[in-house]
Design a protein around this ligand. Structure first.
Ligand code: GMT
Length: 382
């Protein structure tokens, strides 16, 4: 198949999923065309089946905001016609689904059919998408997509709850590439960072408000009083300054490392004992799944789709959003007993294996085939 992929090229989870999916499709022999405003960060090596098309939204003194949605639609039209795409897959509804919709209409007028699949990732539904400033367009463009997928059952339910959706949504979860995310021996690094055998707790995110990074610090402050430990804070974003101030106020800076954005997250996970994800909303929690693949149990909130990956009392524990004291209690319970920690690590890996990309990729391929073959019927409905 010739597949176009539209996504955010930055560090966000939706861009990571889109890029890793594109790379895996290319390895399987499909031709993949990324259409984005910047080379996706995870598109880090050459492959003969991967092509990159840059969207440039022209600036003009009249514009307060560049009309990116129009520039993207125009680029999709151009790439689809020239490269003869069979299908377009857009990740994150805003504004990608509406750009795809305009492009499909333009192409249709020119006698070219381009079905498109919209994958809903999370905040495009639970936060931004349902805001009245975007909702009518998001709802319309989801309803007029040729195929719709969501990354968890919880997100599917949220979509039906928040929008008037008259179409079937297919759940295809996030996945793991085990050739990258696996436990490796980084003992020398662990000894340097935790010379007295301290446990290492890790949080990875974009430090947005929904991630509740301050809860990570508050729970860690309670854990370190019972179990000697260190905290890795990986990533960057708007909440970072406030988090640093909290660490200073608590007097725990010596035990907390702000590591910023890191490409080789798997190496940090390889020395970690627990992964912390106290999010307010989380449609899936790819960062937690990546940790589990590297044998790291998860202490998390029970928001959104997290219960679909973190199994209570097996791969980790979940608490209500904001209950950092319960999260600390659960972390101490796991960390204080070596045999128990080992068991949780094994369980985390075993459950992560069910999300192996080898199991998930065929689901996307089958879905594309179904959408392409149903295209004529759907056009009739629309
Ligand atoms: O919140 C992020 O980390 C970024 C966000 C995105 O859309 O870029 O991630 C969402 O998509 C990921 C991949 O499908 C999911 O694993 C995350 O749970 C989801 N984030 C939220 O729902 C807050």
């Amino acid at each position: 198949m010739k597949i176009g992929i539209v996504c955010y090229p930055t560090y966000g989870g939706s861009g990571v999923v889109a890029t890793e999916l594109g790379k895996a499709l290319a390895r399987k022999g499909h031709q993949v065309h990324f259409i984005t405003y910047q080379e996706p960060v995870r598109l880090d090596s050459f492959h003969e089946n991967i092509f990159y098309h840059e969207v440039s939204a022209l600036d003009y003194p009249l514009f307060q905001y560049q009309p990116y949605e129009s520039a993207l639609a125009s680029k999709i039209v151009d790439v689809a016609k020239f490269e003869k795409l069979d299908i377009l897959h857009v990740h994150y509804a805003i504004p990608h689904a509406s750009s795809a919709l305009i492009a499909r209409s333009i192409l249709k007028e020119k006698g070219y059919n381009l079905p498109f699949v919209t994958t809903l990732h999370g905040t495009d539904i639970t936060l931004i998408g349902k805001d009245p400033g975007y909702k009518p367009v998001v709802e319309y463009s989801i309803n007029h997509s040729d195929g719709i997928t969501s990354v968890s059952k919880s997100l599917k339910d949220d979509t039906y709850q928040n929008f008037d959706i008259r179409r079937e949504i297919e759940v295809i979860p996030n996945f793991i590439d085990f050739s990258r995310f696996k436990k490796t021996d980084k003992d020398h690094f662990k000894k340097a960072i935790a010379p007295n055998g301290e446990k290492i707790l890790t949080h990875v995110s974009n430090f947005r408000k929904v991630k509740r990074v301050e809860d990570v610090v508050k729970m860690f402050d309670l854990v370190r009083k019972k179990v000697p430990s260190k905290l890795f804070l990986v990533g960057d974003g708007p909440e970072r300054m406030g988090t640093e101030i909290l660490c200073r106020n608590l007097g725990i800076c010596d035990d907390v490392r702000f590591l910023g954005k890191q490409d080789a997250v798997e190496e940090l996970l390889a020395v970690s004992d627990l992964f912390i994800l106290p999010s307010e909303t989380e449609s899936f929690g790819l960062a937690a799944l990546e940790a589990m693949a590297v044998e790291v149990p998860v202490i998390s909130s029970n928001a959104g789709g997290i219960p679909e990956i973190n199994i209570q009392g097996k791969t980790g524990f979940m608490s209500n959003v904001g209950d950092f004291e319960d999260m600390a209690k659960n972390a101490i319970y796991i960390l204080q007993d070596e045999a128990r920690l080992k068991e949780f690590k094994a369980n985390a890996l075993a459950h992560a294996k069910t999300f192996d990309i080898k199991n998930i990729l065929p689901q996307y391929e089958a879905y594309y085939t179904k959408v392409i073959s149903q295209q004529n019927d759907l056009e009739f409905v629309i």
